[in-house]
Design a protein around this ligand. Structure first.
Ligand SMILES: Nc1ncnc2c1ncn2[C@@H]1O[C@H](COP(=O)(O)OP(=O)(O)O)[C@@H](O)[C@H]1O
Ligand SMILES: [Mg+2]
Length: 473
């Protein structure tokens, strides 16, 4: 535009000068000198126009180059991740349109990148916080990603695992085999592994292929080309599940075994009686007594099983009331006195302070705990021994102790005697009428009160069973 204005004005002035020169030349009858003069004028003016044109176009192209350089610089900035907009240019030529479009593109790119980053951060946080071990393996069988849980399973840090060959990290041929199958195009695969020897941990393994869906257009059809370029490995710990399954299996086996012994005896003696022993005046009473004893044992067993299952299922109606521990201990000791004196054992209440703290509990269930502990002390203490019951209060707890001078419990068995059916000497326990469930029941009851039960014992010297109960607030 400015160039055009300059040219028009130059044309105007030159035209005027020429016109004046021609008129003068005509007047002077076109003398040679005059013609020369005109020529020189014309040349001078043309040179001036050229000079002006060059100056103007130089100025204009410099401005243009500057604006293009600014756009270039902006594009470079955006490519490098800096999305600050260009300062808006005035004017409405193509270059300012381009600047406007580039600005809009940058704004949109920034929004897209921000939402992608947020999405990625969210996924990473979810993966990190998951309890399942998760890893991604690429087509070259290298671990490209793993979460904390996964690295912990293999006793490493995520940084120590990533980019390593799967076979080096996952030292389980079964899992590596599943990864290879997934990479070779198989669908989601499942397996199970067990890690460690001292305390084995069980994991369920899921390996799923990661596929890319590349669309290929052939003629009028769009074909999906599936390519497997990696696999996701998920390890889910199922140790507790397997352990519970084992406990359940053991329990069923134990119960069946416990029931079979008295049932076989009852059946055997009943048949003996029916096949003639009924008339055997010398033995028939004895046979019937054996049957009665085994029946009593069966009834004890089913009673205990019922109690245990009610407590475990949380179906026991517990009636929490303030409990006078001193009275509770006194009553329990009195009801055990008969059995103790029959076995020539001394049974005494020692050290029960008058001001024992008050506790809240179910008195009948706590009596059951005392009965089980006193029964055991009587059963497992040879004649002539002594049993002492004591209690202490303090630190928000009341602790009751039943101590005996009996056979004691080997160190290795001490942690297990609170398990169902666990007995140091099963034959001896059966002989004295035990079911192997007494301590399991006691433990459940004490724990339902918020307390703990434990044992200290030395073989051939005696045992002390303690249980604590939280003091009422
Ligand atoms: N006071 C004790 N002295 C020695 N061993 C004991 C004593 N109390 C319990 N035990 C051991 O713990 C095992 C489990 O006890 P418990 O659960 O009461 O079952 P049981 O019916 O056999 O008495 C017993 O079989 C016995 O081996
Ligand atoms: Mg017992």
């Amino acid at each position: 535009m400015p160039l055009l204005a300059v040219l028009v004005s130059v044309d105007f002035f030159v035209g005027r000068a020429l016109r004046e020169d021609y008129i003068r030349a005509a007047n002077e009858h076109l003398s040679n000198t005059a013609l020369m003069h005109v020529r020189w004028n014309l040349l001078g003016v043309s040179f001036l126009i050229l000079l002006l044109g060059v100056a103007v176009s130089l100025l204009y192209s410099r401005r243009f180059a500057n604006r293009v350089a600014r756009l270039q610089e902006f594009s470079r900035r955006v490519a490098g991740g800096d999305f600050r907009p260009l300062p808006q240019e005035r004017g409405n030529d193509e270059l300012s349109d381009l600047a406007h479009i580039l600005n809009e593109t940058a704004v949109r790119m920034e929004a897209t990148i921000r939402s992608l980053t947020e999405e990625r951060n969210r996924s990473a946080a979810i993966l990190r916080s998951m309890a399942e071990g998760i890893a991604v393996v690429d087509a070259r069988e290298r671990v490209t990603f793993c979460n904390q849980a996964f690295s912990r399973i293999w006793n490493a840090r995520p940084a120590g695992i990533e980019d390593k060959p799967a076979i080096e990290v996952i030292r389980q041929t079964h899992v590596v085999e599943l990864i290879r199958q997934a990479l070779s195009g198989e669908e989601t695969l499942h397996g199970e592994i067990s890690l460690g020897t001292a305390q084995p941990r069980n994991f369920s393994v899921t390996v799923a292929p990661i596929r890319s869906f590349n669309g290929v257009i052939t003629g009028s059809e769009v074909q999906q080309k599936n390519e497997t370029f990696g696999a996701v490995v998920v390890l889910h710990e199922i140790t507790d599940l397997r352990r519970l399954e084992q406990v359940r299996k053991d329990f069923v086996a134990n119960v069946s075994h416990e029931l079979r012994t008295p049932l076989t005896a009852i059946q055997g003696f009943a048949e003996t009686l029916l096949t003639g022993a009924l008339e055997d005046q010398k033995n028939n009473r004895h046979f019937v007594e054996v049957i009665r004893n085994h029946a009593a044992r069966l009834s004890r067993l089913t009673d205990d099983l019922l109690k245990l299952s009610r407590i475990e299922a949380g179906k026991l109606d517990m009636d929490f009331q303030p409990v006078d521990l001193e009275a509770l201990i006194g009553a329990a000791v009195e009801s055990a006195r008969g059995a103790a004196s029959q076995k020539q054992l001394s049974l005494a209440v020692a050290d029960v302070p008058r001001n024992l703290p008050r506790i809240l509990g179910d008195a009948s269930l706590l009596r059951e705990v005392m009965r089980n502990l006193l029964d055991n002390a009587i059963q497992y203490t040879p004649a002539g021994g002594s049993i002492n019951v004591s209690a202490v209060g303090g630190k928000g707890l009341a602790v009751i102790t039943v101590a005996d001078t009996g056979i004691g419990i080997p160190q290795a068995d001490q942690a297990r005697i609170f398990e169902r059916f666990y007995r140091v000497d099963a034959a001896r326990s059966r002989e004295v009428g035990g079911t192997g469930l007494g301590l399991a029941i006691a433990k459940h009851i004490v724990e339902a009160h918020g307390g703990e039960i434990w044992v200290e014992s030395t073989v051939a010297e005696g045992s002390q069973f303690h249980f604590s109960l939280p003091v009422a607030a």
